[in-house]
Design a protein around this ligand. Structure first.
Ligand code: UDP
Ligand code: MG
Length: 318
């Protein structure tokens, strides 16, 4: 029996890319000896993306859509797609053609050779990025690698193939803040990474702002590790030892009847330590906040409509 490949594409305001992407993917699919399903997950687009997808779904029986009820973020859209895909292997890729469809055959090939996860990382910088975003991207991977227990390649992307058994594991994970690139590394299995050269975005604009990336970075680090807590505890210990060095000065001054000066240093120390305490409290606060959100057990995403008929019937509203 022919195996089935699911291709999952999250979309957020990509109306001008859908047509071209489907054409390109169709070319690739024609060369493959597999059943294929394309699942577009529309992440609350405010343009005609969904209509474009629905038009394609009318033409091609292997094209499906999942409409989320609002913009949840790419990782959640991907999770929705992975949860509903039915393939023996699942490929996730962007809609803007930055992830070259021509690489799909290679991903499948490496999967057939026994790899459970075939991920890709950028060999060259994203052609759409400027100096600033390149710098922040590099910083992001440096910080995440040093502050959490997983190691991510510089420029690791969401263009990847995962085996059905990996997808089944991912389905079980319902953390409130998903950082898929990290989770995929964390699950283990047999993984292989291949470098790729990202293309230029075909049409439209990149929707990840600096602020969104910062949020992703903090959430990525904090949801993967409690190492920041250990680091702040270490700094706290270090500073509590510092006065010991000051003690001889105080004693000598006392016995030699020197006046102990130091208003300025006193204020500086108080302000510095006060700041450090607030910073530490902030870190603890973020973790507490995560527990709070997780304890509410809200769903990661909400589906407004879909043409995948394997859902509970009350979910379907097309
Ligand atoms: N995307 C999404 N939800 C969002 C933002 C982006 O589903 O809130 C999708 C977008 O449509 C694209 C992919 O995620 O298919 C990558 O987005 P983008 O090109 O803006 O970011 P990049 O990864 O190139 O920085
Ligand atoms: Mg892009």
């Amino acid at each position: 029996m022919l195996k089935k490949i699911s291709i999952i594409i999250p979309t957020y305001n990509e109306e001008k890319n859908i047509g071209f992407l489907v054409t390109e993917l169709n070319k690739v699919i024609a060369t493959l000896n597999y059943h294929v399903e394309m699942v577009f997950v529309d992440d609350g687009s405010t343009d005609n993306t969904l209509t474009e997808i629905k038009v394609k779904a009318e033409i091609y029986s292997y094209i499906f859509f999942i409409e989320l009820s609002k913009n949840f973020g790419k990782d959640y859209a991907l999770k929705a797609g992975i949860n509903m895909a039915t393939g023996d292997a699942i490929i996730t890729m962007d809609a803007d053609l930055q992830h070259p469809p021509a690489l799909i055959a290679q991903l499948i090939n490496l999967w057939e050779k026994g790899n459970d996860i075939v991920y890709t990382y950028r060999k060259d910088a994203n052609p759409d990025s400027n100096f600033y975003s390149r710098f922040s991207s590099r910083l992001f991977y440096k910080v995440i690698n040093s502050l959490s227990e997983i190691k991510l390649e510089d420029g690791i992307s969401d263009f990847r193939l995962i085996d059905r058994k990996v997808a089944n594991q991912l389905k079980q994970i319902d953390e409130c803040e998903i950082f898929l690139r990290g989770i995929i590394k964390w699950v283990g299995f047999i993984q292989i990474g291949i470098p790729y050269t990202p293309s230029k975005r075909y049409k439209g604009v990149q929707s990840y702002s600096f602020l969104k990336l910062m949020k992703l970075a903090i959430s990525g680090i904090m949801s993967f590790s409690v190492r920041p807590l250990y680091v702040t505890a270490g700094i706290g210990l270090l500073f509590s030892l510092l006065p010991l060095f000051y003690l001889p000065y105080i004693l000598i001054s006392y016995f030699a009847h020197y006046a102990i000066s130091g208003w300025a240093s006193l204020i500086a120390t108080i302000v510095f330590l006060g700041g450090l305490q607030l910073f530490t409290l902030g870190i603890i606060g973020v973790y507490v906040g995560k527990i709070f959100i997780q304890s509410k057990k809200r769903p990661n995403y909400i589906i407004r409509s879909t043409n995948i008929f394997k859902l509970d019937s009350d979910f379907i509203r097309i």
